[in-house]
Design a protein around this ligand. Structure first.
Ligand SMILES: Cc1cc2nc3c(=O)[nH]c(=O)nc-3n(C[C@H](O)[C@H](O)[C@H](O)COP(=O)(O)OP(=O)(O)OC[C@H]3O[C@@H](n4cnc5c(N)ncnc54)[C@H](O)[C@@H]3O)c2cc1C
Length: 295
C-alpha cells in the first residue's frame, strides 16, 4: 500500500533538524506531525519521501502561551489543544471557531497547526484566522531560525517559503488592541468533517468611531489562502456604512480566483465570498458597537 521509507524518531528538536539537514532535495526527507494529511498523501502516492522524521512528540514545540502582548503557539500544538485552552477563545475567537468546525474529534486530537499551514492547502481552516490575526511563523534549521509574516509564506499552490531542512516550530501574533474583534465562518456541505467550500476570517479594531487595520482572509477561493488587500484598504480609517461594507465585499470578489470542483462551482464560491465577507464585516462592526451609521 505504501512505498517504502525510513522513519526517524528523534528525541529532541536538534536531532530532528540534523536529520532534516540531510535532505538533498524537496520532499526527500519530510516531517511527520499528526500524520492526518501525510498518511493520506502516502497512500495516494502523491508524496514519496525516502524518509520521514516524526516530530509530533518533540517537547518544546507544543503549547500556547499568552503574555507580553503576544500569543505564542508551538508548531506541534494540536487543534484539540486550542479548543481546551482556557484563554485562547477570548483573544482569538476566530481561530477557536475554525478549530471547532475542524474535522472530527479523532483528527482534531492529532492534527497540528504547523501541519495545517505546511500542507499548503487553500482549504486549510486554521490559516484564514491566523492571516487575519497578522500571525508570524518561525522556521528553524540547524543553521538558525528566521521569522516571517504568514502573509508572505505562500508562493503558489502547495508552494511555500520553507526550505526542506526547516521545521515550522512556532507561530505568534499580537494580542488584539482594545475594542477589536476577529471572526471566522466556514461554509461546507456538512457541519462537521467536511472540506471547506469557502472560509472567511475578518478582524478589525474600532477607534474614534472608525475602522482600523481591517483584515479579510479567504480560504478555498484561490491557489492559496489569501488576504483581500484592496478590500481592506477601502475600509481602513473609515466609518463603515452598509454601502461601504457591500462595496468592499464586492472588491474582495475581484481579488479571488475560485475554481469549479466537486464541492461547488466557481460562480457559487464568488457569490459566497461576497455574502460572507459582507456578513462578517457587518457582524464585526456591529459587535464593536459602532454600527449605528447606515447609508
Ligand atoms: C478525515 C480528515 C478530516 C480533515 N478535516 C480537515 C478540516 O476540517 N480542516 C482542515 O483544515 N484540514 C482538515 N484535514 C486535513 C489535516 O487534518 C490538517 O491539514 C492537519 O492540520 C494536518 O496536520 P498534521 O499534524 O496531521 O500534519 P501531517 O499530516 O503530519 O503533515 C502535513 C504536511 O505538513 C508538513 N509538516 C508537518 N509539520 C511540520 C512542521 N512543523 N514544519 C514543517 N512542515 C511540517 C509535513 O511534512 C506534511 O507535508 C482533514 C484530514 C482528514 C484525514
Amino acid at each position: 500500500m505504501f512505498a517504502e521509507f525510513d522513519l526517524h524518531v528523534p528525541q529532541d528538536l536538534d536531532a530532528a533538524l540534523t536529520v532534516l539537514a540531510g535532505s538533498d532535495r524537496q520532499g526527500a526527507i519530510m516531517p511527520l506531525a499528526g500524520g492526518t494529511n501525510m498518511i493520506v498523501d502516502l497512500r495516494a502516492r502523491s508524496v514519496a519521501p525516502a524518509a520521514l522524521v516524526s516530530i509530533g512528540k518533540l517537547s518544546g514545540i507544543r503549547g500556547i502561551s499568552i503574555g507580553g502582548g503576544r500569543v505564542v503557539m508551538g508548531g506541534c500544538t494540536t487543534v484539540s489543544d486550542m479548543l481546551r485552552h482556557p484563554e485562547l477563545g477570548a483573544v482569538a475567537p476566530s481561530l477557536v471557531e475554525s478549530a471547532r468546525v475542524f474535522a472530527g474529534q479523532m483528527v482534531r486530537n492529532t492534527a497540528t497547526v504547523a501541519g495545517n499551514i505546511c500542507s499548503g492547502s487553500p482549504a486549510a481552516d486554521l490559516v484564514p484566522p491566523l492571516l487575519a490575526l497578522d500571525a508570524h511563523v518561525t522556521l528553524a534549521s540547524i543553521s538558525g531560525s528566521r521569522t516571517l509574516a504568514l502573509a508572505s509564506f505562500y508562493k503558489g499552490y502547495k508552494h511555500m517559503e520553507r526550505r526542506p531542512d526547516e521545521l515550522l516550530t512556532e507561530l505568534s501574533w499580537p494580542l488584539p488592541v482594545q475594542n477589536a474583534t476577529n471572526v471566522f465562518y466556514k461554509l461546507a456541505r456538512r457541519k462537521g468533517d467536511a472540506i471547506t467550500v469557502v472560509g472567511v476570517a475578518v478582524a478589525m479594531a474600532v477607534k474614534d468611531g472608525k475602522c482600523l487595520a481591517p483584515r479579510i482572509a479567504l480560504g478555498s477561493v484561490a491557489p492559496v489562502v489569501k488576504r483581500a488587500i484592496a478590500a481592506e484598504q477601502e475600509l481602513d480609517g473609515q466609518i463603515l456604512t452598509r454601502s461601504r461594507i457591500d462595496a468592499a465585499a464586492r472588491t474582495a470578489v475581484e481579488e479571488v480566483s475560485p475554481i469549479d470542483d466537486i464541492r461547488a462551482s466557481a460562480d457559487y464560491r464568488s457569490h459566497c465570498v461576497h455574502v460572507l465577507t459582507r456578513r462578517l464585516l457587518t457582524h464585526a462592526w456591529e459587535r464593536l458597537a459602532c454600527g449605528g451609521s447606515q447609508s
